[in-house]
Design a binder for this molecule. Structure first.
Ligand SMILES: [Zn+2]
Ligand SMILES: [Zn+2]
Length: 416
């Protein structure tokens, strides 16, 4: 086998040396088809090898806790990819021979074969081996026209074709199987990056997916005509907004005796002079601008240290805009006060117009309601905010945007 693979490898290496620029277009298309088919055939070999090694317990004999963990190290795969490889190898091993042949012949892709094997498995359990064999043929035919996602959808009605007498009962069983697969595979991985960021990966089951969408979709829309964030950035900010709201409810389980909140540590002098970075209790670092913005927000507990590191102030209530003061602010602003923004109050932070570290007090006259996006905008951008003669907030655009710097207001929340 190693000899055959070595031959194949040198044949592939020779292909890489061929110049593509001189080739005929039709030849390029044909070559692409062949390369794709080859990829599936190689995948079939790899899956067979994984299955055999898994069956022999090679990974545990070499000190790894499982074949997936061993593969992760050996092939430098992600955890999820390694686990899926081992699972697919086992599923294929148990599937009727026609399923494996379809992949080995390059007729279907790895993703398609996963769907076919799982669908056939369901058919076998509800309608028996004969129906399962028939299902293999139908699904492999369909796979010539449809991608894996569509194949999975069509597969839910496969019994209409191969065993109509049990189709309805089985459709329900398939849905349940799908659900339990989703429940089994559900996970969220949070991996700390060296630069303080967090890589978020995972797979949500149907219910959690619906909850997440219901929670973040309304917040993912652009916050106004000035919102230049990408959809990905808006989803990111929406997720942060949802967390901030959850923290603000005060109903999350306590964490070591303290109510759940985010602790930011910084020194008072440095906060005043906009110099120091802040440290989160998770060990991450923040810029001075971010620390000052977070210190505005009731959901965040700023721990301010003196020059020798003694704790001067751990988030005293009077500095945070909560209770009756927040209600008065909500009555006045009605939501994010930034011009053109429609975010309602529950998504808003109370921003100190003059920061408390600069001597600003905690009063209605020094506060303005801003959504997460516009709160960042005010702290990090060139806009400024003040209260107009009638006590309502107005925003001064930067000179590059409006040379006259005429104040603008939010007309969205005005009820009168
Ligand atoms: Zn602020
Ligand atoms: Zn806003």
């Amino acid at each position: 086998m190693i000899d055959a693979l070595a031959q194949a490898e040198s044949a592939v290496a020779a292909c890489l040396d061929r110049a593509t620029w001189a080739a005929d277009e039709q030849d390029l298309v044909t070559a692409l088809d062949v390369a794709h088919r080859l990829e599936q055939r190689v995948a079939a070999i790899k899956l067979t090898l994984v299955r055999e090694l898994d069956g022999r317990g090679t990974a545990t004999a070499q000190g790894a806790s499982s074949t997936a963990v061993w593969l992760r190290d050996r092939l430098r795969l992600g955890v999820g990819a390694a686990r899926r490889l081992v699972e697919l190898a086992a599923t294929l091993d148990a599937a009727p021979v026609g399923v494996r042949d379809a992949l080995a012949g390059g007729a279907v892709t790895v993703e398609q074969v996963r769907v076919i094997a799982e669908t056939v498995d369901t058919v076998q359990s509800v309608a028996g081996a004969a129906a399962a064999d028939k299902a293999v043929g139908v699904l492999v035919d369909w796979a010539a026209q449809f991608d894996a996602a569509l194949l999975r959808r069509l597969g839910t009605r496969i019994l209409d074709h191969v065993a109509p007498e049990v189709a309805d009962a089985a459709a329900q069983a398939a849905l349940r199987a799908e659900e339990s697969r989703a429940a089994r595979d559900r996970h969220v991985t949070l991996s700390e990056q060296p630069d303080g960021r967090l890589r978020l990966t995972g797979s949500l089951d149907t219910e959690a997916a619906a909850l997440l969408r219901a929670a973040i979709d309304p917040l993912t829309a652009p916050a106004g005509p000035d919102d230049t964030r990408t959809p990905g950035q808006r989803r990111h900010d929406a997720l942060a907004d949802v967390c901030r709201l959850a923290l603000r409810t005060g109903e999350l389980p306590d964490h070591g005796g303290d109510p759940t909140q985010l602790v930011v540590t910084t020194t008072y002098d440095m906060l005043r002079q906009h110099l120091d970075t802040g440290t989160l209790d998770t060990g991450g670092h923040l810029t001075p601008e971010a620390v000052r913005r977070l210190a505005c927000d009731a959901a965040i507990l700023p721990a301010v240290l003196g020059s020798t590191g003694q704790v001067l102030d751990v988030g005293r209530q009077r500095r945070l805009i909560t209770g009756p003061l927040r209600r008065a602010l909500v009555l006045r602003d009605g939501g994010c006060a930034f011009p053109g923004c429609d975010r309602p109050p529950r998504w808003c932070d109370a921003h100190h117009i003059q920061h408390w570290a600069d001597g600003g007090d905690t009063s209605l006259a020094n506060a303005v309601l801003l959504c997460g996006h516009h709160h960042r905008h005010i702290h990090h951008g060139d806009w400024t905010v003040r209260l107009g003669g009638d006590g309502h907030p107005e925003f001064i655009p930067p000179a590059w945007l409006d040379p006259d710097q005429l104040p603008r207001r939010n007309h969205y929340h005005r009820r009168r």
